[in-house]
Design a protein around this ligand. Structure first.
Ligand SMILES: NC(=O)C1=CN([C@@H]2O[C@H](COP(=O)(O)OP(=O)(O)OC[C@H]3O[C@@H](n4cnc5c(N)ncnc54)[C@H](OP(=O)(O)O)[C@@H]3O)[C@@H](O)[C@H]2O)C=CC1
Ligand SMILES: CC(=O)C(=O)O
Ligand SMILES: [Mg+2]
Length: 566
């Protein structure tokens, strides 16, 4: 039991003015706090008022970082009860800005930085992390931070932000989460010259040495925390993301959020759109702008979903086109189709002009994962409105500045007929006297629930089918009321319920497919999953001392540590 001032300085234990008189006396902190007692609800009000006083979103972000460092339960309860309001601060778009300014705002360390110079000693670095019971690690090498490119060690904001959502949206206990940045250098010249840069000031290590480093990291994680540790790849560049997923997916409990989490949320949106358009997934033509990790992930899962409607794999793939920096993925183009998107190359006339391509292919669904802000020009959108009565327009690139178009533009240039979703949030759209609240097609609807289900069952591998199940679960949450205001996702206020439902479905699947390691199989899986979840409310901080009465003078007896179940 930590007593005295150290109890207040520990964000896991600190409750601020919410400590009762008995707790203050028992913990030796009486007098270290002002006399007033406050409830957690009163403290939440103060937090909301304090954040509202800041106009600048980066200052709001810093307030929340400071709150997390000061009083963890208060931070997570605030976030989990105000998702719509604070998600854009701890997550996209503001987290992108925080990463860009990371050298300036970096104060108290959170998570681990493991550099290429630590190769050969990664296990020892992991041993420096004070928590022994880590169940999930989100890690990045910082090379493709949102659509902002190579931010090197500044990318740390992303694993930190993602893991905040593990707790706030799915109730995964904070001490079970570990954010890590793998610092292998950066090829971003601005950062190499930035006096504030906090990472290794050298070019990226690539090739064999990089691969050995990642191999060692994966091995060290399971050696330290067990074979079932969930290892989430986040914001790796195209050259590494897909190949590392293929390399490790059957050896570790791992997934790549940008490929698989994004696929799941996008397919859920497409499934919900079926209800509006009365048109099956297999009756559409899809055109992706961008042929990278996210596009390929979405395209492959859409193919799987079309196959479950009866198409063959070949028929399904024929319906999917991609357009990258060199134009339409045509086998006839100079240089051919890049290896990572081979499955979607077409024997078709090459085309470098995107607007012309939209006119020629006549897609009914247009999906942007290109990192190119404004790429869905008015002409592109107008053409989509000519192609079909209810065009699907997904502008999934993050942060907001990289979105392929705004929600308002999508409505304005399709006569208000589009079905729109974006990776970062947009304000409500006004069109023809009506207000629309478009949805956020973001993997945050998926990865927290997947992670909770996986952790609760100690699943050892994560099959692709789990992401399709998650997509179906999410799509089922979309109500007629959501659809009537232009939203193909449930409101963010419901995302905690969604995450729990996804977790329960994932847990059931883990047992059905022999992937779970928690035995015996719980009789009530829903209860089992719920029982694992974090309590956002303050609990008693009274030390366990037999016979102690508040008014007595006392010495606190140390409590016996509870043996850990292995
Ligand atoms: N909403 C969500 O939940 C998610 C959104 N995203 C967002 O999606 C975006 C892409 O991510 P990801 O797929 O991982 O990134 P990648 O780097 O893997 O892929 C980007 C793709 O865009 C292409 N591209 C770049 N510039 C152009 C251009 N001018 N015209 C056409 N294509 C272009 C690239 O082509 P080339 O390789 O030839 O350069 C590449 O195919 C990011 O902004 C990211 O934030 C990602 C994950 C989740
Ligand atoms: C949302 C997300 O994972 C990304 O933009 O990379
Ligand atoms: Mg990402």
């Amino acid at each position: 039991m930590v007593r005295g001032i150290d109890h207040l300085r520990d964000p896991r234990l600190n409750k601020g003015l919410a400590f009762t008189l008995e707790e203050r006396q028992a913990l030796g902190i009486h007098g270290l706090l002002a006399a007033k007692f406050k409830t957690q609800e009163e403290q939440l009000d103060i937090c909301r008022i304090s954040i509202d006083r800041y106009e600048d979103n980066l200052n709001k972000y810093l307030y929340l970082v400071e709150l997390q460092d000061r009083n963890e339960k208060l931070f997570f309860r605030l976030l989990s009860e105000n998702v719509e309001k604070y998600l854009p601060i701890v997550y996209t778009p503001t987290v992108g800005l925080a990463c860009q300014r990371f050298g300036l705002i970096y104060r108290r360390p959170r998570g681990l930085f493991i550099t290429i110079n630590d190769k050969g000693h990664i296990f020892n670095i992991l041993k420096n992390w004070p928590e022994p019971d880590v169940r999930a690690i989100v890690f990045t090498d910082g090379e493709r931070i949102l659509g902002l490119g190579d931010l090197g060690a500044y990318g740390m904001g992303i694993p930190v932000g993602k893991l905040s959502l593990y707790t706030a949206l799915a109730g995964i206990k904070p001490h079970q989460c570990l954010p890590i940045t793998l610092d292998v250098g950066t090829d971003n010249q601005d950062l190499l010259e930035d006096p504030l840069y906090i990472g290794l000031r050298q070019r990226r290590t690539r090739g064999k040495e990089y691969d050995e480093f990642i191999d060692e990291f994966m091995e060290a994680c399971v050696q330290r925390y067990g074979q079932n540790t969930l290892l989430q790849f986040e914001d790796f560049a195209l050259i590494n993301a897909g190949r590392l997923l293929q390399k490790y997916r059957n050896r570790y409990c791992t997934f790549n959020d940008d490929i698989q989490g994004t696929a799941s949320v996008a397919v859920a949106g497409l499934m919900a759109a079926v209800r509006v358009r009365k048109r099956k997934l297999s009756e559409n033509i899809y055109l992706f702008l961008g042929a990278g990790s996210a596009s390929n992930g979405i395209a492959n899962l859409t193919v799987a979903a079309m196959m479950s409607e009866g198409l063959t794999e070949r028929q399904a793939r024929e319906r999917v086109y991609m357009f990258d920096v060199d134009g339409l993925l045509s086998t006839r183009r100079e240089g051919g189709v890049p290896e990572h998107a081979k499955a979607f190359g077409k024997d078709i006339e090459p085309e470098k002009d995107f607007e012309a391509c939209v006119a020629k292919i006549k897609p009914s669904c247009l999906i942007g994962c290109s990192t190119v802000g404004g790429a869905f020009t008015p002409n592109v959108l107008q053409q989509m409105a000519k192609n079909i009565e209810r065009p699907v327009i997904f502008a999934l690139s993050n942060p907001t500045s990289k979105a392929e178009c705004t929600a308002q533009d999508a409505y304005d240039h399709t006569e208000g007929r589009c079905i729109f979703a974006s990776g970062s949030p947009f304000p409500p759209v006004k069109y023809n006297g009506k207000e629309y609240h478009t949805g956020q097609g973001n993997n945050s609807y998926i990865f927290p629930g997947i992670a909770l289900g996986v952790i609760a069952t100690a699943t050892h591998h994560i099959p692709e089918t789990m992401f399709l199940t998650a997509a179906r679960t999410l799509a089922n949450y979309v109500s007629e009321a959501d659809l009537s205001i232009g939203r193909i996702y449930p409101s963010l206020a419901e995302v905690k319920d969604v995450s729990l439902s996804i977790a329960i479905e994932v847990a059931k699947m883990a047992y059905d497919e022999g992937l779970a390691s928690v035995y015996p199989e719980p009789k009530d899986i829903s209860k089992h999953v719920e029982n694992q979840m974090y309590n956002f409310n303050y609990e008693s901080s009274m030390p366990v001392v037999w016979g102690w009465k508040p008014e007595e003078k006392f010495n606190v007896r140390p409590i016996q540590p509870v043996p850990k179940n292995i």
